[in-house]
Design a binder for this molecule. Structure first.
Ligand code: ZN
Length: 485
């Protein structure tokens, strides 16, 4: 059992969004035992349970550990369980299985795109229960909650990915979905943007989503089109969720491509209107560049594209596609084909759109970091501190309490995590202490794998797992978190 720890005299920002206040927080075992005004907990009175370690938090914020609702850490938590890119941001729980992509239930030694976003080595779990066991055996430093990926279900069960599922294939997918929910999955994710899932029709999506709905799950989706067709794509997602009876989360909401810049003025009112009739949320990362597999159809000759990795040309990681194309004397799309399979950052958004989404009450923060890229998008190491530094402290577009709420309490509520995301007695002791004057992302596109500043200490399930001085403490106290737990 973890020792008792008393955090004294910090600014308690409890994750609910309510105004912060000076106070103390006591952790005992893996739980928060008390949150009180300063000095109300006398360490001497706790002797019977062991004198807690007292830590002075004067001038620092005490907040719930951040919940990264949009990750592709499915394999990273198994083969890199120290999870430093996340722990160092104050993240204590990652939600894996986004965008239709999950390890379960795919067993293969040669995963193709987009599953290869999860690396190539860990596709050995035919069920969510098997994946959950693997997480617990790996003992990652952060908690892991999981969505079942619709594209993964297709890859396991469909004879032809260019078709919608047949009734028999739908039934097989639904059976695996039920297994996932029984194993504690949060719900279903889809990525019908990707060609491997694009042929899915409503019958197929609803057949699988209804299973998640019957079991109290959620539906997170990377919608079919984030470019010109964004409005019908959002309508389709809302329809699928409504038809299945599921709360909806729009993944990494954006208006991509120069022709669509500014159109969050249309998408956000549409989502607000839809949210009057059903539960809708969205996640967002604080950058104008997206990142995914390298695809020549995303090369428009206008936006900058930065190569994050290339199997045939690993030496090109970190270089711009335009420069590579010029060097090779070929058009950019052709250079992209030569570099495939690979990954890229696409500078496809505009800052005013990012600001509108981040400040919108329906949004929460998710990094969408890609841990297997040679030179990953800096969101992998910097997304959460960047929201605090840029959108709260520098631009003043968010209140501190609001920013923290979008990383904790709101996220836990949307994804049906139980006793996490809010600092209250009885909740799991996932806690971050940060310096509000200094918290800042350091990772950049040029140098993307860097520790953030100002994250002072992190506890996972009551165990101190990171300090600014020591970096990782070596503790790995995370576990697989079942829905509602
Ligand atoms: Zn996605």
């Amino acid at each position: 059992m973890a020792p008792a720890t008393l955090l004294q005299n910090g600014l308690i920002v409890d994750g609910t969004g309510r105004a912060g206040w000076q106070g103390d927080l006591l952790m005992r075992g893996d739980r928060i035992a008390a949150v009180t005004p300063p000095g109300k907990i006398d360490p001497g009175t706790l002797v019977s349970e062991g004198t807690p370690q007292a830590i002075d938090c004067t001038g620092l914020v005490i907040a719930p550990g951040f919940i990264d609702v949009h990750t592709h850490d499915d394999a990273a938590v198994l083969d890199g369980p120290a999870m430093l890119p996340k722990l160092s941001q104050g993240i204590t729980t990652v939600i894996v299985g986004n965008c239709g992509i999950s390890l379960a239930p795919v067993v293969t030694e040669a995963p193709s795109a987009p599953l290869s976003l999860l690396g190539r080595l860990q596709f050995r779990h035919a069920s969510m229960a098997s994946y959950a066991d693997a997480v617990n055996a790996a003992q990652p430093a952060v908690n892991v909650a999981a969505l079942m990926g619709h594209t993964a279900l297709r890859m396991r069960h469909l004879a032809d990915l260019r078709q919608a599922a047949s009734p028999a294939e739908r039934a097989a997918m639904a059976a695996d979905m039920q297994e996932a929910m029984d194993a504690g999955a949060l719900g279903l994710s889809s990525g019908i943007f990707y060609s491997e899932a694009y042929a899915a029709d409503q019958d197929e999506l609803v057949a699988v989503a209804s299973v998640a709905a019957r079991n109290g799950g959620v539906y997170a989706t990377h919608v079919r089109d984030e470019l010109a067709g964004i409005l019908p794509a959002l309508q389709e997602a809302a329809w699928t969720a409504r038809q299945s009876g599921l709360p909806l989360v729009i993944s990494h909401h954006k208006c991509a491509g120069p022709a669509n810049w500014g159109r969050t003025r249309e998408t956000l009112p549409l989502l607000e209107q839809l949210a009057e009739g059903q539960e809708i949320g969205m996640d967002v990362y604080p950058y104008t560049a997206g990142s995914t597999v390298l695809r020549e159809d995303l090369v428009d000759g206008i936006i900058d594209i930065l190569i994050t990795g290339s199997q045939p040309h690993p030496e090109m990681a970190g270089r711009y596609l335009a420069d590579i194309a010029r060097e090779w004397g070929v058009p950019q799309p052709q250079a992209a084909v030569r570099l495939k399979p690979g990954g890229a950052c696409y500078f496809q958004m505009r800052e005013d759109d990012v600001e509108r989404v981040i400040t919108h009450p329906l949004s929460m923060i998710g990094s969408d970091g890609l841990p297997h890229d040679e030179r990953p998008h800096p969101r992998l190491w910097g997304a959460f501190p960047r929201v605090l530094a840029c959108y709260w402290r520098e631009k003043g577009l968010l209140q501190l309490e609001e920013a923290v709420h979008k990383m904790t309490g709101l996220s836990a509520r949307r994804f049906r995590l139980g006793a996490r995301g809010v600092l209250q007695s009885g909740h799991l002791a996932d806690v971050v202490v940060f310096d509000p004057a200094r918290v800042k992302d350091v990772a950049t596109f040029e140098d993307p794998q860097q520790f953030s500043d100002g994250i002072e200490r992190v506890w996972v399930n009551g165990v101190q797992s990171y300090t600014a001085a020591q970096r990782a403490t070596g503790a790995r106290a995370g576990r697989f978190v079942r829905r509602g737990e």
